[in-house]
Every structure is written in structure tokens, then in C-alpha cells.
Write a protein that binds this ligand. Structure first.
Ligand code: AVJ
Length: 341
């Protein structure tokens, strides 16, 4: 059963003003940086799907196998009858495993790119014909309105793929808090988080031998040329991957291979050889880092699962603002500030 609601709708030819802003602003600031979400136009989503099947890209298959092994344990902890809200559902490849285990009362896929939502939802309604599906087109970093039909249902958020790793820590905390506020009291969250591991395994996962990740990264420039009337010479740029140890993250950049000048929406830019546009972060978390992150975001971890190599974590958490745990230190402090009667 497929039911429709959209937070925001853009027609085909329409250009997202936020894309225009992020690109013009991102090319003007130093270091230059364009948010990773703009990689996902139609072709970008196809390329990302190809990335998930690459031998070097262990994330997707590892998460999927963790989920299928843990499915019944997860279901035992969540109980059945929750509405499952999936953030950044994309092609929803991991969803059927979870959905058939937790026996949800409804499924709400949330994504910025609707093309993919519709296709995957069609597929899903064939596999689970009795499930009510309410796709929401929207940006889950902003305010999200959930469909009225799930108002009274207990919720289980599903945030797979280590997408949380694309956000620097303060933004990740904001996002987790936003998800907690959206899902509300008593909610649970099942989240996939990629772990810290050896640098060469990580570098290879983002710089594969077939060059699919390079094409995915360079596609951003193609999109800029197409949607923002750009004149960026694609062959003057190279896909560059870096490990940033201080920030514990993989970085993707587009590096100018020579001095280059171009225009976007009538604004001219010039870049010197070797200069880069930072296009993506992928933060890696050790298990305890992940636990601290979740707590900071208003979620208390209650169980986690990994693979035998400890490559990837799937964590189940429940919504619990820290002020619901009385903190003795915090209490002393707040008493100090109390005004005497
Ligand atoms: C699904 C966004 C988490 O950072 O690992 C992989 C995206 N982009 N290779 C990641 C991605 C290029 C992926 N996320």
C-alpha cells in the first residue's frame, strides 16, 4: 500500500536554490568545500549504487550481513508494530531484512532524491504487500514532518550506511538530536556506523581500482556544469582521497591538475594547480566513540552488533535526553546558580 506525502517538491528541470547557494558559496570560501549531499543527482545515485558492490567498498555488504544475522535479536529488543522511519533511504537495499524482522505498522522512507524512493518503494510493496508505505521527500537535516497516519505509532528510526559519518561531530550531534525530536519520546534508532581501521583499507574503499568512486566524485562537476551553467573543465580535475588523522576521517577532494579558470552562474573562479575542492568527509568511529556520539545526540545505546573482523557497527539506541538522567555534577552546578529565596 503506497501513500503519498511530500515536504517539498521540485520538478525535473527546476534547480534547487540550495544547490546554487552551496556551490557558489563553497567555491568562494577557503578551503573550498561543497557538501557531499550534492553528489546524489540521478547519475550520482546510480554510481553510488555501483560503489556499494565494489570489492573495496566493504561497508554495504558488511552492514547487510550484520543486519541479517542480528535481525531476530533486533526484533526482540524493538518489539513489533513500530513505524519504521528510514533516513536517506536511497535504494533501500537493506530495508527488507529489517522490515520482515520487526513486523512494522508502517514504513516511512525519507530521502532528498525522490526518483530512487519511488523505484525502491514499488519494489518493496511487491515483497511486503500489506505494509503501509508513506514516502517523504525531504532533507532530514532540517525540520521534517512525519505523515499524520503514524502519529500514534511507536517509532523505530533506521539510519544505515554510516551516513552519520558524513557529518562532522557537531553536525552529527545536531542531526541525532533532530532525529530524536522528530521521532519523539520512547523512540528507538538503529544506526550503522563505520569503524576506524587500517588506513589502506579505508583509502582503498574510497579510491577503488575501477575508478567508480572517482567518477562519482567528478560527477559533481558535471552536475554543476549542467544545472548551474558552469564551464568547469572536467579533465582538469582529479579525484583525491586523504586520511585526516586528527579528525579521524577520510576526505574526498577534487584537485586541480593544472591552473584553471571557469565560471558558474556567471561568477568566475580560478584555482591554482594542486588546489582542491573538499567534497566529502567520512568519519570513522571506534565503538566507544560511537557510544559517546549517540549519547551526545540524545540516544542511549542498548545493543550493538559487528562482523567478525570488527569492520562495521550496527547500534540500537533509545531516545533519552541526558537531562532525564540526573547528573550529580550538573546538579551541584545548577544549584550554585540558584537564586536564594
Ligand atoms: C553512504 C554516504 C556513507 O561515505 O561511505 C562512498 C558514500 N561516497 N564512496 C560513505 C560514499 C563515495 C558513503 N555514505
Amino acid at each position: 500500500m503506497l501513500l503519498c506525502q511530500s515536504n517539498r517538491h521540485l520538478d525535473f528541470a527546476e534547480i534547487d536554490p540550495a544547490f546554487r547557494h552551496d556551490v557558489l558559496n563553497g567555491l568562494s570560501i577557503r578551503p573550498r568545500a561543497i557538501p557531499a549531499r550534492w553528489h546524489y543527482d540521478r547519475w550520482g545515485s546510480v554510481l553510488f549504487d555501483a560503489i556499494t558492490t565494489l570489492p573495496e567498498y566493504y561497508l554495504t555488504r558488511t552492514e547487510r550481513s550484520i543486519l541479517s544475522k542480528a535481525a531476530s535479536e533486533i526484533a526482540a529488543l524493538t518489539g513489533s508494530g513500530r513505524a519504521v522511519i528510514e533516513f536517506g533511504s536511497g535504494s533501500s537495499a537493506k530495508t527488507p531484512t529489517l522490515l520482515s524482522a520487526v513486523n512494522p505498522s508502517a514504513y516511512v522512507p525519507v530521502d532528498i532524491c525522490t526518483d530512487f524512493i519511488w523505484k525502491s518503494v514499488e519494489q518493496l510493496s511487491k515483497t511486503l504487500p500489506n505494509l503501509s508505505i508513506y514516502p517523504v521527500e525531504g532533507d532530514f537535516t532540517g525540520e521534517l514532518r512525519l505523515p499524520a497516519a503514524i502519529q500514534s505509532m511507536p517509532r523505530l528510526g533506521f539510519f544505515p550506511g554510516s551516513t552519520i559519518g558524513n557529518f562532522v561531530v557537531p553536525a552529527a550531534v545536531d542531526l541525532l538530536r533532530n532525529i530524536a525530536a522528530t521521532l519523539g519520546e520512547g523512540s528507538m534508532l538503529l544506526i550503522g556506523i563505520d569503524r576506524l581501521k587500517s588506513m589502506d583499507v579505508l583509502l582503498r574503499a574510497y579510491d577503488d581500482a575501477q575508478g567508480i568512486t572517482a567518477a562519482f566524485n567528478l560527477n559533481l562537476l558535471r552536475r554543476i556544469n549542467r544545472e548551474l551553467k558552469g564551464s568547469v573543465p572536467l579533465d582538469a580535475f582529479r579525484h583525491l582521497v586523504r586520511w585526516n588523522d586528527a579528525e579521524v576521517r577520510i576526505e574526498m577532494h577534487l584537485e586541480a591538475a593544472c591552473d584553471v579558470r571557469f565560471a558558474v552562474e556567471g561568477c568566475s573562479f580560478s584555482m591554482a594547480k594542486g588546489e582542491t575542492i573538499h567534497t566529502k568527509n567520512s568519519l570513522k568511529y571506534r565503538p566507544r566513540d560511537a557510544s559517546v556520539l549517540l549519547r551526545a545526540g540524545g540516544w542511549t545505546p542498548i545493543a550493538d552488533w559487528t562482523d567478525d573482523k570488527g569492520l562495521f557497527s550496527v547500534v540500537l539506541a533509545k531516545e533519552e535526553p541526558h537531562n532525564r538522567h540526573p547528573d550529580p555534577l550538573q546538579q551541584v552546578k545548577s544549584h550554585e546558580n540558584d537564586e536564594m529565596p
